[in-house]
Ligand binder design. Structure first.
Ligand code: AMP
Length: 216
């Protein structure tokens, strides 16, 4: 089974494409953003600590996110992981590589989803997700078929993220360029980096990712 990282700024489509890979290839999606949101909504001590940081659009500490990923990886058998939103700093990238070595796993590819900044504001401010099954929607590009009801599971628990505002997005973009974009050079140097154009339709981007993964 392959292990892949999806890398890109907020709104690049990492979560959407990760869900496709889960469906089409039976991979396991490891999204630190989802794990942190879960901790937040279940009201754990850690969730309370990270809530404000997340809502402002800043990064949570390396210690917390590495701990979350380590917990998931240690409980998993075999590989087949898609890392979505992790790693976001060089320290996280080093920690991931150590964890994978410990598990006897390796990283097959890091897919950089390239998009231009102008597209991100529109993508992010229009998006909402199903609180029950996690399906991702967009007001303009992917509305639900019936107003207010999830196409996939029928739930009416459709939610917008508190950090999907223009102000929090500015902070998230800054964090991406300052802390995360150095990973592009890091994985290029490790000969793991592959680039796809993230601006196409969901199907077109999925097809590009499939090409990259099947080429090895
Ligand atoms: P995401 O759903 O990936 O956009 O993540 C939402 C928020 O969770 C981010 O803006 C950060 O506040 C936090 N977060 C998620 N993943 C990480 C990470 N790997 N390192 C630090 N903070 C993270």
């Amino acid at each position: 089974m392959i292990n892949v990282i999806l890398l890109g700024p907020p709104g690049a489509g990492k979560g959407t494409q990760a869900r496709r890979l889960v469906e089409e290839r039976g991979l396991v999606q490891l999204s630190t953003g989802d794990m942190l949101r879960e901790a937040k909504s279940s009201g754990t001590e850690m969730g309370r600590r990270v809530a404000e940081v997340m809502d402002r659009g800043e990064l949570v500490t390396d210690e917390i996110v590495i701990g979350l990923i380590a917990e998931k990886l240690e409980g998993a058998t075999g590989g087949g992981f898609i890392f979505d939103g992790f790693p976001r700093t060089l320290a996280q990238a080093d920690a991931l590589s150590e964890l994978l070595v410990m598990l006897g796993q390796s990283l097959d590819a890091v897919i950089e989803m390239r998009v231009d900044d102008a597209a991100l504001v529109a993508r992010i401010t229009g998006r909402f997700t199903c609180g029950n099954c996690g399906e991702v929607y967009h007001d303009q590009t992917k509305p639900t078929k019936a107003e207010g009801v999830c196409d996939v599971c029928g739930s009416s628990d459709l939610r917008r993220r508190p950090d999907d505002t223009e102000e929090a997005l500015r902070t998230r973009m800054l964090a991406y360029y300052r802390d995360t974009s150095p990973l592009i050079g890091y994985y290029y140097a490790h000969k793991k980096l592959r680039v796809v154009d993230g601006l196409g339709s969901i199907d077109a981007v999925a097809a590009d990712i499939a090409k990259v993964l099947d080429k090895g």
